[in-house]
Design a protein around this ligand. Structure first.
Ligand SMILES: Nc1nc2c(ncn2[C@@H]2O[C@H](COP(=O)(O)OP(=O)(O)OP(=O)(O)O)[C@@H](O)[C@H]2O)c(=O)[nH]1
Length: 300
């Protein structure tokens, strides 16, 4: 059997800090989490209240989670970011950067000073969180160009379409495809074709705003989603891009075969049932531009 002293030693040795918190946000006790590489010492918080230590928005969130655990009597699991500067009374010793925590919050079956209490175990998951962000960025990115890929575009267009339906804020779509890449690949080599694709990708990157999405849609096909942009502006944007392409891609010309791009432009309209309808129309416009002889813009 473990005696009381041993039980106290076990609590002290808990790898992650375990707080006892009351419904009103009082730090009743803290055990464990003593490795300063991962945690700040929370013992100075005992007897103090979350709303007095943490700015209102965050402290409201903490109180809400305590409430959820007490009401549901089930384990509540939440991830959150906190740095020691967010909590008055925490020492400087410990990690400098903000920490991502996974909080596991469980109601306890006793009262402290007449108040209900929870056990809140806060595990440092910063490394895992950073890795998740990196993986997500990778899974959204086209390897060759560093532009976004189709998966990310589709996610963004879903949001843009929702915004359009709710607030009538239109998103315009440019879909374009390089002209004659096959011939350029065949006569100059695949690496030169790659360079042409990279030139186009760089042009897209520098032409768009933060709120736009530039994506490599397929082999030599690209899509730019221009948020909050009506048809006229989108057409002007396409003209600028087309001129830039003519200038910057001319070094890839092979004899009388020109390295250019054909561009389809369209804007969300109320008849569109989803962003896919808009995207389909951009594809039709691009197809038309190819059919009319390439190196041009078609708006639909
Ligand atoms: N170098 C290079 N070529 C690629 C890449 N992805 C696709 N391609 C080539 O791009 C060409 C795309 O086909 P098409 O669009 O029919 O070829 P195109 O000569 O551009 O024809 P048009 O669009 O009608 O002008 C194919 O020859 C592919 O091999 C890539 O990452 N690098």
């Amino acid at each position: 059997m473990i005696n009381v002293e041993q039980m106290a030693a076990v609590l002290e040795a808990l790898p992650d800090p375990a707080f006892i918190l009351s419904r009103s946000g009082k730090y009743v006790a803290v055990f464990g989490g003593s490795d300063a590489r991962y945690y700040h010492d929370g013992t100075g918080l005992i007897g103090l209240y979350i709303p007095d230590l943490i700015q209102p928005e965050k402290s409201d969130w903490f109180l809400k989670q305590i409430d959820r655990a007490l009401e549901s009597r089930k384990l509540v699991v939440e991830e959150y970011e906190l740095s020691n500067s967010d909590v008055k009374g925490l020492p400087n010793e410990g990690p400098e950067a903000p920490i991502w925590f996974e909080g596991r919050i469980q109601a306890l079956n006793f009262l402290v000073d007449g108040e209900e209490v929870v056990l809140w175990v806060a595990s440092n998951i910063s490394e895992r969180h950073a890795l998740e962000i990196k993986l997500r960025a990778l899974s959204d990115t086209d390897q060759l160009t560093g532009l976004f890929n189709r998966r990310k575009l589709e996610r963004d267009l879903t949001l843009h379409y929702d915004k359009f339906v709710r607030y009538s804020v239109p998103t315009s779509i440019l879909m374009f495809d390089l002209d004659n890449l096959k011939k350029i690949n065949d006569s100059k080599g695949h690496h030169v074709g790659d360079e042409m694709i990279l030139t186009v990708a760089n042009a897209c990157r520098s032409a768009i705003r933060k709120t736009d999405t530039a994506c490599r849609f397929g082999g030599d096909e690209f899509v730019i989603a221009l948020s909050n942009t009506g048809h006229d502006h989108a057409h002007l944007f396409a003209q600028r891009l087309n001129q830039y392409f003519r200038k910057e891609l001319s070094r890839f010309n092979v004899g009388d075969t020109f390295a250019t791009a054909s561009i389809g432009v369209t804007t969300m309209i109320s008849a569109d049932r989803s962003y896919e309808d808009t995207l389909k129309r951009a594809d039709q416009a691009l197809y038309k531009a190819k059919g009319l002889g390439k190196d041009r813009i078609v708006s639909l």
